[in-house]
Write a protein that binds this ligand. Structure first.
Ligand SMILES: Cc1ncc(COP(=O)(O)OP(=O)(O)O)c(N)n1
Ligand SMILES: Cc1ncsc1CCOP(=O)(O)O
Ligand SMILES: [Mg+2]
Length: 212
């Protein structure tokens, strides 16, 4: 699981100025190791268009050996046979999601040591920790944590695979990795880039800078 978390793209059609399929293809070419389909925000698809986009993006992931994770929507994940689901503290309880998805990948957002410990006991395969820095991609984001929470989780003995998220770029990715994360999750650093492939390659270098 850790190796998949190294460079984690999170996106849906509202984040994409061009076809999400093209952005995803370019991002994987640049080094993205995990993808989360997060169809949220103005103009988000529903119904058959949502399922069809999910299946198109899943096909791109499968052709490159990149796991395909669905955000929040367990029914959609089961309908398209996704590789996993990511849920937050305001979504379906992690324990119930684990029951529904069996051995698929389960990611859970955590904002404290207590939330992290509970998520792990509920069966989380990895934790999403953030927002690390200010972000414009999630209007309802919790308070900005800085890399300190990641460091505190590691100092508390939590060894679970974890990824930082929120306002991450090639310039600040190193702060998250040196705090003990296994990788970074990004939306706009890739989706808003003129070249998603070049942006992903820059991020890939940044998360591997210490030769980890
Ligand atoms: C990898 C990763 N980490 C955190 C989140 C945030 O999830 P959540 O708190 O449920 O918020 P929404 O993304 O649903 O708005 C994530 N999606 N991915
Ligand atoms: C989904 C999510 N969860 C915490 S911050 C965030 C948004 C991350 O987007 P960006 O990488 O553009 O800051
Ligand atoms: Mg959620």
């Amino acid at each position: 699981m850790r190796r998949y978390l190294r460079l984690y793209l999170v996106a849906g059609s509202p984040n994409c100025l061009i076809h999400p399929d093209l952005i995803l293809q370019e991002a994987i070419r640049g080094g993205v190791t995990l993808f989360q389909f997060r169809e949220k925000g103005p103009g988000a698809l529903t119904g058959m268009p949502l399922i069809e986009l999910a299946q198109r993006l899943q096909k791109v992931c499968r052709s490159q050996g990149v796991p395909f994770i669905v955000n929040d929507d367990v029914e959609l994940a089961l309908t398209v046979d996704a590789d996993g689901v990511h849920v937050g503290q305001e979504d379906l309880a992690a324990h119930d999601v684990r029951t529904r998805i069996g051995s698929k990948i389960l990611g859970v957002s955590a904002h404290s040591v207590e939330e992290a410990r509970l998520a792990i006991s509920d069966g989380a395969d990895y934790l999403g920790i953030g927002p690390v820095y200010p972000t414009e991609s999630k209007p309802d984001a919790r308070a900005v944590q800085g890399p300190g929470l990641i460091r505190r989780l590691r100092e508390s003995g939590i060894d679970a695979p974890l990824v930082g998220i929120g306002g991450l770029t090639a310039a600040n990715a190193g702060t998250v990795m040196s705090a003990g994360a296994d990788g970074i999750a990004v939306i706009s650093a890739i989706t808003a880039a003129a070249s998603p492939q070049a942006a992903s390659a820059e991020l890939w270098k940044a998360v591997n800078r210490n030769g980890e």
